[in-house]
Write a protein that binds this ligand. Sequence first.
Ligand code: SF4
Length: 466
Amino acid sequence: MLKYYIKTFGCQMNESDSERIASFLESQKIKPAKDINKADIVIFNTCGIRQMAEDRAYGQIHNIHVTRNMKPAYRTGRHETKKPIIILTGCLANRKDVQRKLKDKVDLFCEIKDFQEKMGEFINCHPELVSGSTKTEMPKQVRHDNYLCTTPRYTNPHTAYVPIMTGCNNFCSYCVVPYARGREVSRPIEEIILEIKNLLKNGCKEIVLLGQNVNSYHGACNMKHETKKINFAELLQLIEKIPGHFWISFMSSHPKDFSGELIETITKSKKICEHIHLPLQAGDDKILLAMNRKYTAEKYFKLIKKIKSAFAKNKPNEIYSITTDIIVGFPGETKKQFLESARVMKKVDYDLVYFGQFSPRPGTVAFKMKDNVSKDEKKKREFFLNEILKKTAFKNNQKHIGKILEVLIDKKDGPNYFGRTHSLKNVKIHLTPTLSLSRRGSLVGKFVKVKIIKSNIWNLEAQIIK
Ligand code: SF4
């Protein structure tokens, strides 16, 4: 029996894609291997956002290639093969320089949207792979224009990633996504709602809607013999109406598409998490222009003010969180321009920031710009901003002390449970002696009520009260 192993790099979208790859392979009677060294097929689902992620993939592909070269080749008919077969998909699959570099190590390069078709063709062209078992046929229901309609093999039963769109039309100058994934494609509304209903039926508690730019979602909806386009706020409203107690969260958003209707929908909802991730990327207008972000720092800050006022008006008793992405050391970023990012950070009071040190990505516009901020300076700038973040994150966390909050439990580690609040704050939960005896091992994937007893910079600590 053939076995596969998937190594996933990068973001939640890649993790979600890997769940669809797994489901397709299993539909072809190919089983998962627990250990990469026991697999007949190894799939690298790659990320090209930063050089570091790319280098990690090269390193692991090299290791597998070396190991398989030490194994004897086997022969079926005229074919001679060494296993495992190495397949590369994800962000790097389409890059000509990557294909050249890895041509002797990788057997198949394929974009994620073509995975099922290319994989089916590959196996059918290599009968020695399946050694006597049935040929792999393309399943009839597969739509090649939208691989997202495949039902995934979910890895987490209580928190599920549901992609609502893929690709991007924005072409930020530093980003590979529009080249790696192509233009935006939104999933039809019925398909998304059906997937969510099935997940909830199976006990899922949190639906994480994914897309490179979820708030430009425009999915088709069939209503009374006509097809209408639905925007992201309307999609959220429809999901909110599905009966049951569950949370809705989403990522990632572009500030230029964050509409007033969306802010009202989020801040009036009972199910949508009180958490907004709004990538800033830079606080200086000239750098934002060079990044092709299509907003100014002032416009971004006005949007944040609007979001905060809407929470204050619609959910005055709820604590919300705001997080962002910031790139340090974009080509030409002077110290003065960098300090504008620090200024916005101090004004917004972020709960969390995902920092990225600029890394030139082949094929992007910024790749041709002079990467003139040194590695050391990028590190220093990140450290400087992180010190600001530590203060604002801690200040925001302190607001939670003494509050009774609902937490979704993600895991148990040693004597503690770990989960998240509805504003997606991480919580470490201490068990009281009575609870530890009566409920040990039974809370993962459940909602519990906790009292927050301590706040740290990066998390909260709590005791279960119910
Ligand atoms: S919005 Fe910009 S950063 Fe985000 S995926 Fe699209 S091009 Fe990349």
